[in-house]
Design a protein around this ligand. Structure first.
Ligand SMILES: NC(=O)c1ccc[n+]([C@@H]2O[C@H](COP(=O)([O-])OP(=O)(O)OC[C@H]3O[C@@H](n4cnc5c(N)ncnc54)[C@H](OP(=O)(O)O)[C@@H]3O)[C@@H](O)[C@H]2O)c1
Length: 272
């Protein structure tokens, strides 16, 4: 919301849980968007509905299979139809977890092969939008990180561990493209402003092993914590994950001119 407003857009935000005056209550499990927002009163240009809802991450979806399918698939399909019926356009946030990680980097034309429920839900909605609302925008992201110490994300986890002098566990062999959350917000705005439709990969073009990113972080922080490489079993995941994720963002960069923030800059801003 902050990013879109700073770029001059009129923004209406919804919330399920936070009772603030400036956000409209909306629970995807129970509400219809047109009962909450009066689209007829929005007459000023194109209307996009940025759908950032997920029932939860990989394990939450797996542990609550019926409810997560209801929210992430059944109710999201209803939302998609409702968005089309008011002539607005759906911006759906998808994930690199639509792939199994065996052949990276992945581009938009690659076959989907999700390993877990979360990725399967994303695949089902991507296909639904392709068939029913081709004017929609689907943006696939990889690992999103922040650059602030007062928010919860990968770097703040490592920071907490490093300050406590604790070892940092690292999934052996995992690769990722940490993408700054502010870049994600900007990319969503650019996608709308450029009137994109269809599927785009939105991820930092840099790709690292998790071990390398942890080392970069510890070096920049002047910390010397142990980094323990462990296998997936030791991390106690409830559902499977691809070991490697890497999205090729060339199509999005060509369409928008987007510049992604390098990981070294994300780390230095975080530590500063
Ligand atoms: N974070 C990443 O690294 C990443 C990577 C790839 C793709 N994505 C995708 O990007 C989107 C945003 O991710 P995120 O990390 O911000 O996820 P998140 O922190 O789990 O936030 C999900 C949001 O969905 C809301 N929500 C859940 N059930 C709802 C319902 N029934 N009705 C209305 N709202 C509901 C939650 O509201 P409450 O606050 O009330 O619980 C929360 O605000 C998701 O679609 C996710 O799959 C994220």
């Amino acid at each position: 919301m902050r990013c879109a407003m700073s770029r001059g857009h009129d923004v209406i935000g919804t919330t399920r849980s936070r009772g603030t005056n400036d956000l409209v209550p909306f629970d995807l499990a129970h509400d219809r968007i047109h009962d909450r927002i009066d689209f007829a009163r929005i007459t000023n240009g194109s209307v996009w509905v940025i759908n950032t809802i997920t029932f939860g991450g990989v394990d939450t979806c797996f542990r609550n299979r019926q409810q997560s399918h209801q929210v992430n698939v059944e109710h999201t399909q209803i939302l998609a139809d409702d968005i089309s019926s008011v002539n607005a356009r759906h911006v759906f946030l998808s994930s690199s977890y639509v792939f199994d990680g065996t052949s990276v980097p992945n581009c938009e034309t690659d076959e989907l092969s999700p390993l877990n429920d979360y990725g399967t839900h994303k695949e089902l909605i991507e296909n639904y939008l392709k068939d029913n609302s081709p004017e929609s925008i689907v943006l696939r992201f990889d690992k999103v990180v922040g650059n602030r110490q007062d928010e919860n994300h990968l770097l703040s986890d490592w920071h907490t561990a490093s300050q406590a002098g604790k070892p940092i566990l690292c999934w052996n062999g995992q690769t990722l493209s940490p993408t700054l959350v502010d870049d994600v917000a900007l990319a969503i705005c650019l996608a709308c402003e450029n009137e994109l439709s269809g599927l785009y990969h939105v991820a930092n073009p840099e790709n690292f092993s998790r071990f390398e990113v942890i080392q970069q972080f510890l070096n920049a922080a002047g910390a010397d914590n142990d980094v323990c490489n462990v296998d997936a079993e030791a991390l106690g995941f409830a559902d499977k994950r691809p070991l490697k994720s890497w999205l090729d963002p060339s199509r999005f960069i060509a369409a928008t001119g987007m510049n992604f923030t390098p990981v070294s800059k994300i780390i230095s801003t975080f530590l500063a």
